[in-house]
Structures are given as C-alpha cells and as structure tokens.
Design a protein around this ligand. Structure first.
Ligand SMILES: Nc1nc2c(ncn2[C@@H]2O[C@H](COP(=O)(O)OP(=O)(O)OP(=O)(O)O)[C@@H](O)[C@H]2O)c(=O)[nH]1
Ligand SMILES: [Mg+2]
Length: 461
C-alpha cells in the first residue's frame, strides 16, 4: 500500500464520524489510531480452557499474580502493563474499581463470580516485570470451549483487540476442532502467532517428540506455512520457557512497528466490514413493509414514553427527590446514567436489529475528582442531583427518538433531505468497500476520480 495504514485509519475515522448509526465503528477507528500513534502492542495468551494460560502468564512475568486452578476459572481478560503494582476491575457500565491483588479472584474466577454476574469487562493490572517493558501489554484471556459460555464469549471479544497471540496447546490432547476454530477466528485480527505446547513435564521424551511433530505439521497446514515453530514448555517447572522468551524477544519485541501495522490493517478491514453490515441492517429496516416499520417505531416510541416514569421511580427509591445530602449519590447516579444509556442501545437492537452506540464515561471509584467526601459536588442536595438526572435522561431519550426518526426518514417532509441522506450513505458504502478491497490487496490505490453525475442507481441500496 502506498498510503500508510495510519492515513487509512484516519480516513475511515473521518468518513464514519457523524454517522448516527456508526458510533461503535467510529470509536474502534479512533482507538486504532491511538494504538498506532502510541505504538502500544497487545499480546494475548489464548487457547482452550485449562491449557495453562494463566500459569504461563505468571511464568512469563516471574510472579504468581494470576489465580490458576484445576476447574474452569478465568472468566475475564486481565491486561498486564509495566508499572508500580496496581489492579483495577473494569465493569461494563463504565465503573473502574481499584482492588487488591488478593481480591482479584472474586471478580475473575468463574466459581466466585458465576456467569459473570458482576458484569466484569476486564481487569487492568500493572507490575514491575521485565517482560512488560517497552510498552508491551500481556493479556491472560479466559479459556474457550468450557461449559461456561460467557468465558468463551469474553475470550473471543478480547481476541479482536490482540495484535499478536501466544496460542497455547497442551499435551493433554492433540489439536481439536475447538482449537482449530479459535485459530481461524484469531487469524482475522492478530498479525503474529507464537505456538507453545504446555505441560510437557507430564509425559516422556518420546511422547513429546511425537506430539510436537504431529502438531507442527497440522499447524503448518492450518497457517498455510511450510514450517511453524512450536515451543514445548512447562509453565509449572519452567522447562522450555527460555526458548519461548527468546523467540518473543526476537520476533515480537523487536518487531513492534511491523506487527502493529499488519494488525491495524486487519482490524481496519474489520471496522469497514462491520460498518458495511450496519448499513445493510439499516437498509433492511428502511425497506420493511410500511406497516411493519410503523409497528416498530410505535413500539420504540412507547418504550421511550414509559421511561420518565421509570427514572422518576429510580430517583424516588434513591431518595434523590428529597432536600437532604446523601454521600455517594452523585456517583450512584452517574452509574445509573451509564446503565440508562446501555438500556437505550439494547432497546434499539431489540426493536430494529441495528446497533446504537453510546460512549460511556469511565467512572473511577475512589477518585476524589469524581466521588467521595472530598468532592464538593457530593455535598449537593439530593433533590438537585435527582432533578439533573431526570433532565439528562429525558434529554437522551428525546435525542434518540429524534435520531431514529431522522435516520429512518420517518415523517420527513423534505425530499431533498431524503435524497441527500441516501446519496451520502451510498457514497460511504462505495468508499468503504473500496478501502476494504485496498486493505485486502485486491484493488489498486488512487484510481482515476469518477466524474459521473448522480445517477438513479446512486440512490438505491
Ligand atoms: N503438570 C502441569 N500442570 C500445569 C502446567 N501448567 C498449568 N498446569 C495446571 O493446569 C491447571 C490449569 O492451569 P491454568 O493456568 O489455570 O489454566 P488456564 O488455561 O488459565 O485455565 P482457564 O483460564 O480456566 O481456561 C492448573 O491446575 C495448573 O496447575 C504445566 O506446565 N504442567
Ligand atoms: Mg486462566
């Protein structure tokens, strides 16, 4: 590609910005730009459940930081970066809670947090381990394929963010269908693979050799490569770890820029694909039989109309309608506001089948600028905070109702506005498809610019 990948990321971000229904893709393009500018590389340890991923992360760091165990355990991704030891749990509703290392299990162990009832999105940890130097993020992901489907989903969600992966097998079994699936999926997002087979301390030399030779040829076939390096290791005894570490130093740490660029290309291709699918969903809604569309809209409007009563109830239950001071109320209402936004997007998906994205502000527990008695704001009257919450939720609902009317061109009396919207959308579709083809290497850059005037076909999906 002539243009560098950062320029394409910026172009896609610019194209998507301001498109009401493409907020999630815009946010991903923005995150990709930040990642490339910061040159921050994410390497994840992935694999089927119980292969020894958490043990391997501990071994690479040289510290027993992560909980490990015999039964399905890890239920959320833990991102490790270099820094003074610290640990924060990140929840789906935007709350970020500092916890001590020994509390970690309560959030990321399937047994202590079954089905992820606490809504943990991921954990951010810092440790002063040499392996994490040079801005590397090492991630322990949940195991894939166990009875606990939420762990599989959490792992797959994180794989999308990985630039490189250490794919961990174990001598317990040769590569199976689940692992082949993981590999196929990961190839869509990660630019570099390192393969290791764990628990070699449990078998003899002859079995090791047979295992490695069998899996190496299978992996070669799956990766479309003549030769794939497969590192036999024991995360428990440390055997073979030095060879794996050397490989990671030579082919990961020393090649950050190269890996990031390739990973950004894969991820940007996915962002374009996801924006195109969302546009397709949007067309499906627009082309619904009018009576059906009207039914959906009525459904949605009824939902919005019922919200003020619900939010008033919340305020009342929290006693936020009284002239008293309630410590921590401001923080509670901020969390409720994030959850309110999550409810709105969920409902759009439910009724129309499309995504609707809200940026959720991060809410740090224990941060004096946001919470706690030191915060002057928290001494405000509950009634005032409650009123603000009611106003803000009403504004969000009204804004969403208007956006939905606009994007679905409902009750739009101005024909020019309708034509413009369709034309812009079709132009965006064509541009995204072209960029995706360039990223795939199936189209040349800089074709002669089109000079044709607007045709009827520009106005149809
Ligand atoms: N013998 C032996 N056992 C190991 C080795 N590595 C891990 N184990 C054991 O395998 C079990 C699972 O280890 P974990 O590190 O928790 O595995 P995991 O892949 O993180 O598990 P999930 O997160 O639940 O998918 C534990 O009982 C470990 O002690 C190893 O190299 N040799
Ligand atoms: Mg684990």
């Amino acid at each position: 590609m002539e243009k560098n990948i950062l320029e394409y990321v910026k172009e896609v971000r610019g194209l998507l910005a301001g498109q009401e229904l493409l907020g999630a893709q815009t946010a991903r393009a923005a995150a990709l730009q930040e990642k490339l500018e910061d040159q921050s590389l994410v390497v994840s340890v992935i694999g089927q459940f119980k292969r020894g991923k958490s043990c391997l992360v501990n071994a690479l760091l040289g510290e027993d930081i992560l909980p490990t165990g015999i039964v399905p355990i890890t239920s959320a991704a833990t991102k490790m970066r270099y820094g003074k030891p610290s640990c924060c749990v990140r929840f789906f509703n935007g709350v970020v809670k500092p916890v001590s290392e020994d509390q970690l299990g309560a959030y990321i162990n399937e047994q202590q947090n079954p089905g992820n009832a606490l809504g943990v999105e991921s954990v951010d940890m810092t440790a002063e381990a040499d392996f994490l130097k040079d801005g590397l993020t090492l991630v322990d992901t949940p195991g894939i394929g166990s009875y606990h489907k939420n762990n599989t989903d959490a792992a797959y969600a994180f794989i999308r963010e990985s630039d490189a992966v250490v794919f961990l097998l174990s001598v317990d079994s040769p590569i199976n269908e689940i692992e082949i699936d993981i590999l196929r999926n990961t190839k869509e997002y990660a630019a570099k693979f390192f393969f290791a087979v764990n628990k070699i301390d449990t078998i003899g030399e002859a079995d090791r050799k047979a295992y490695v030779s069998y899996c190496k040829s299978l992996l070669g076939m799956l990766m479309g490569a003549d030769d794939v390096a497969l590192f036999p290791i024991s995360a428990l005894t440390g055997e073979g770890l030095d060879a794996l570490k050397t490989e990671l130093n030579v082919n990961l740490r020393a090649k950050v820029r190269e890996i990031l660029e390739e990973s950004a290309r894969l991820k940007l291709k996915d962002v374009c694909g996801s924006a195109l699918s969302q546009i397709e969903l949007y067309w499906k809604v627009l082309l619904m039989p009018p009576a059906q569309l009207k039914g959906c809209l009525t459904d949605f409007k009824n939902y919005l109309a019922a919200l003020p009563e619900e939010t008033a109830k919340t305020v009342h239950e929290l006693e936020a309608d009284r002239d008293i001071i309630i410590p921590g109320l401001e923080e509670t209402l901020k969390v409720k506001l994030n959850e309110y936004k999550m409810g709105l997007s969920g409902r759009v998906t439910e009724v129309f089948g499309m995504d609707y994205h809200y940026e959720l502000p991060e809410l740090r527990e224990g941060d004096p600028t946001q919470t706690g008695a030191e915060n002057r704001g928290s001494w405000r009257l509950a009634s005032e905070l409650g009123r603000e919450y009611l106003e803000e939720t009403a504004r969000l609902a009204e804004e969403l109702g208007r956006t939905i009317d606009e994007v679905l061109m409902y009750r739009e009396s101005d024909t020019v506005a309708v034509v413009n919207r369709i034309y812009t959308l079709n132009k965006l579709t064509r541009t995204l498809k072209r960029i995706r083809r360039i990223l795939e290497g199936t189209e040349e850059e800089n074709p002669a610019p089109s000079t044709h005037p607007i045709k009827m076909t520009d106005l149809c999906p």
